[in-house]
Design a protein around this ligand. Structure first.
Ligand SMILES: CC1=C(/C=C/C(C)=C/C=C/C(C)=C/C=O)C(C)(C)CCC1
Ligand SMILES: [Fe+2]
Length: 524
């Protein structure tokens, strides 16, 4: 496994025709862009954490039943500086690096007293974001990198701070039907007035339908929420939206700004500045999209760590939202490359299994309701929201499923009632071995696995004109595109794609699935 995780991957610059087994639906046309860590050593220096690896962009061009694959390293400033120096000179999540062997000269520039937050990396390895006509590789710092979706060339470096005051931003923005982007970030620059900022990037520059305009210039702050603790804002990786609300979890997994400001001086990584405060609560913020203000009731739940929101929607006066939650932050701990040894699957055990939890938050809290009463009147869930004194409401989730991560849905149902979740199944080991289709209505699931296959995040592509959430209009099949290459959140390895279509009999209909498959010898 060490070889798989830690090995540097080769670029595939020339489009490589994939071997297709079975057939790809004729309507499936386009380019699937993926991102992820590809290089974990530079010269003699090594990154400590799997999330540190230099971004490798992948594309799968699918047309007329054929697939062409290519990959290219993101030519970030970070990548170029590292390659030029032949060692790691820019700090990443789990690795603190120094451009100069003399550490001390940096301590002044990054001291907390000067209120300076160090310049973060532009190694955008987590996701791809579409802004208007433009595609960006993204990470969670203030930098994003424009890319050419056809050639995978790296274009401009964009600093979010030019447009919105955020030092960190998520890699999981939401999109509305018109393609406008809604994202969230944390502003820590303002002398301790730490806040969470929600912002919108329009799909087209207002008053212009012309291409070539930069929609980021028209970014607009939509709402800001002060951090509960000014010196330790919560870490978050995603958020949820419904038709009228935004769901933000201020969780007890926190960034310690004082520690971050002195990290360079102390020679420790950003990751070491993150703490899970198991005694703290998780605060649930519900932001009204019309008033652009948080609902004043103080909703909270037990401590948990959430990376991925699945979906959220409104039902009978409640906001229902589904997340993948952990009891602690052991997931990040596991991905230290030192832990990713040969016996990874046997030895690396998550101390908590990711569970699908459904929360129900009542939008209108009756002031006269009895303390201790359950304010959730929705019959579809056993989640509760117990009235407490002083405008506090304690929410307890319904646990729907244990052992899944990297959730995706039919995005046409984002923010709306929905039924299906496509995810990777993970039990105690963080390496997924199965793909899961989970039905939240019947609470049943379908699974796919094959020997030596470790699936990544599955993507659901609806058949054009499909009526059912998981169905095709002209024939009774379900099509699921699954990238098995090691993309953003999975093992990253050099690979050659092979495409296989698996016919699969489900209870009622024939389903089909496309697997982009690794063809190297996987007997590590
Ligand atoms: C560099 C850097 C960061 C990087 C975080 C990364 C790279 C997170 C990756 C998360 C993933 C892949 C989660 C999957 O579920 C922080 C901590 C935001 C803040 C300081 C600078
Ligand atoms: Fe993610």
């Amino acid at each position: 496994m060490e070889i798989i995780f830690g090995r540097n991957k080769k670029e595939q610059l020339e489009p490589l025709r994939a071997t297709v087994t079975g057939s790809i639906p004729a309507w499936l046309q386009g380019t699937l862009l993926r991102n992820g860590p590809g290089m974990h050593t530079v010269g003699d220096s090594k990154y400590n954490h799997w999330f540190d690896g230099l971004a490798l962009l992948h594309s799968f061009s699918i047309r007329d039943g054929e697939v062409f694959y290519r990959s290219k390293y993101l030519q970030s400033d970070t990548y170029n500086a590292n390659i030029e120096a032949n060692r790691i000179v820019v700090s990443e999540f789990g690795t603190m690096a120094y451009p100069d062997p003399c550490k001390n000269i940096f301590s002044k520039a990054f001291s907390y007293l000067s209120h300076t937050i160090p310049d973060f990396t532009d190694n955008c390895l987590i996701n791809i974001m579409k802004c208007g006509e433009d595609f960006y590789a993204t990470t969670e710092t203030n930098y994003i990198r424009k890319i050419d979706p056809q050639t995978l060339e790296t274009l401009e470096k964009v600093d979010y701070r030019k447009y919105v005051a955020v030092n960190l931003a998520t890699s999981h923005p939401h999109y509305d039907e018109a393609g406008n982007v809604l994202n969230m970030g944390t502003s820590i620059a303002d002398k301790g007035r730490t806040k969470y900022v929600m912002f919108k990037i329009p799909a087209t520059a207002p008053g212009s339908k012309k291409k070539g305009k930069n929609p980021l210039k028209h970014s607009e702050v939509f709402c800001s929420i002060p951090s509960r603790s000014l010196l330790s804002p919560s870490y978050y990786h995603s958020f949820g939206v419904t038709e009228n609300y935004v769901v933000f979890l201020e969780q007890p997994f926190k960034l310690d700004i004082l520690k971050m400001a002195t990290a360079y001086m102390r020679g420790v990584s950003w990751a070491s500045c993150m703490t899970f405060c198991k005694e703290d609560k998780t605060y649930i913020h519900i932001i009204d999209q019309k008033t652009r203000k948080p609902v004043p009731t103080k909703f909270y739940t037990d401590p948990m760590v959430v990376f991925h929101h699945v979906n959220a929607y409104e039902e009978d006066g409640c906001v229902l939202f589904d997340v993948i939650a952990y009891e602690d932050n052991s997931l990040y701990q596991l991905f230290y490359l030192a832990n990713l040894n040969k016996d990874f699957e046997e030895k690396s055990r998550l101390t908590s299994v990711p569970t699908l939890r459904r929360f129900a938050v009542p939008l209108h809290v009756d002031k006269d309701a009895e303390v201790g009463s359950n304010l959730v009147k929705v019959s579809s869930t056993t989640a509760t929201a117990l009235k407490e004194k002083d405008d506090h409401v304690y929410c307890q989730p319904e646990v729907l499923y244990e052992g899944l991560e990297l959730p995706r849905i039919n995005y046409a149902h984002n923010g709306k009632p929905y039924r299906y979740i496509f995810a990777a199944e993970v039990q105690w080991s963080p390496v997924p071995t199965k793909i899961l289709k989970y039905d939240v209505l019947t609470k049943s699931s379908l699974k796919w696995s094959e020997e030596s296959c470790w699936p990544a995040e599955p993507l659901f592509v609806p058949t054009p004109g499909a009526k059912d959430e998981d169905d095709a209009p002209c024939r009774p099949s379900r099509d699921l595109v699954v990238s098995h290459h090691k993309s953003n959140r999975q093992l990253s390895m050099a690979w050659m794609p092979e495409i296989s279509t698996f016919g699969r009999q489900t209870e009622d209909k024939q389903g089909s699935m496309i697997i982009l498959r690794h063809t190297e010898n996987l007997n590590y």
